[in-house]
Every structure is written in structure tokens, then in C-alpha cells.
Design a protein around this ligand. Structure first.
Ligand code: SF4
Ligand code: SF4
Length: 176
């Protein structure tokens, strides 16, 4: 990823070239660090939105009829009641979250939906630019913020799949 980081007009915002010719506006503290924490599964207690490309790739890993659902014209990974401890307060979690706290897709297929990479960040579009910030819910629940030396702003390509720049609506507000 390019290390080119330029201040924009917004307070504390920096424009970052994430892929060649593809920029995002980072609207968070540039010193923010992140590393996912073993045993924390909070962001997998929900159904995750699937882009069309995800759906095609998921079809090669799992039966779509069992693992996905449609809500308001959008495809999601289903969330379901689990008998293990890695669930939200409603006893539910993502279809693919195993009892050992690992994602079956990631562990068995070395793949996961694009939206799973974005957490704990959120994406919005402002004046045609992709803006990236930290989800309010992540500030409360994600255990991986500021527990490492790995600066988020230096690794935005790990959070933002390149396909986001191809989508009509890359915003992350839609949830199951
Ligand atoms: S697909 Fe995997 S990484 Fe994504 S929410 Fe489900 S269990 Fe978590
Ligand atoms: S909430 Fe944060 S630390 Fe926990 S699994 Fe998700 S990304 Fe990792």
C-alpha cells in the first residue's frame, strides 16, 4: 500500500492511496492500532452482508441454501442459534462461527466474505470519496483496538477489499 498520506479539508482526516489510483479518506486517529484478539468473536455474532462476488465464491465453499438468507433484496450470511459459548446475548452467531471460536470459512477455505475484513472499521461515501472510520460499536466491543503496534492507517488494504471501489454502494451501514 502507498504510504502517501495527505491531510484533507476535514479535521484529522487524511487521504490515503490504498491501491494504485484508489484512495480513501481516513477519518480516525492515525496512531490507532489493531490486531484481532484470539477468543474475541464479537463481530461474528451477526449475519454478514455478501456482495455478488462473495456469493459466487461462497458457493464454492458451502451450500448457499443453508448458509445464506435474503433481507430487503440483499444477501447475507445467515445468523443462527448456537449451542456454543460464542454468541451474542440472543444466543445467535454467524452460521460459520465454530464452537472453537474460529471462522469455518477462514480456517478450512482460507477465505472469508469481503465485509468480514472491514471490521472494526466502517465505510461511508462522502462527495464520491470512500471515507473510513471506526464503528461506534467497535469502540465499545472490539478487543483488538490499541493493543498492538500495527497502525491501521498503514495497512488499510488489509481492511478494505479492492472491490469496494467497484461497487455502487460500498457503505457498511446495511446489517442483518
Ligand atoms: S463469515 Fe467468518 S469471519 Fe465472517 S462473520 Fe462469519 S464467522 Fe465471522
Ligand atoms: S470484535 Fe475485534 S477483536 Fe473481536 S473478533 Fe472482531 S475484529 Fe477481532
Amino acid at each position: 500500500m502507498s504510504t502517501d498520506q495527505r491531510h484533507t479539508g476535514g479535521q484529522g482526516e487524511r487521504r490515503v492511496e490504498v491501491y494504485p489510483g484508489k484512495e480513501a479518506v481516513a477519518a480516525f486517529d492515525p496512531d490507532l492500532t489493531f490486531e484481532c484478539v484470539d477468543g474475541c468473536t464479537w463481530c461474528c455474532h451477526h449475519g454478514v452482508l455478501l456482495y455478488e462476488q462473495d456469493l459466487l465464491e461462497l458457493a464454492g465453499c458451502a451450500p448457499l441454501s443453508a448458509s445464506t438468507t435474503e433481507f430487503r433484496g440483499t444477501d447475507f450470511v445467515r445468523k443462527e442459534e448456537k449451542s456454543h459459548e460464542h454468541t451474542g446475548p440472543d444466543g445467535q452467531a454467524c452460521f460459520f462461527l465454530r464452537e472453537d471460536g474460529l471462522c469455518a470459512l477462514h480456517d478450512e477455505h482460507d477465505w472469508k466474505p469481503a465485509r468480514c475484513s472491514v471490521f472494526p472499521l466502517s465505510v461511508s461515501v462522502v462527495d464520491g470519496d470512500i471515507h473510513v472510520s471506526v464503528r461506534d460499536s467497535a469502540r465499545e466491543h472490539c478487543e483488538g483496538l490499541n493493543v498492538t503496534e500495527r497502525r491501521v492507517i498503514d495497512h488499510l488494504d488489509a481492511f478494505l477489499p479492492e472491490l469496494l471501489w467497484e461497487l455502487d454502494d460500498p457503505e457498511t451501514r446495511r446489517e442483518l
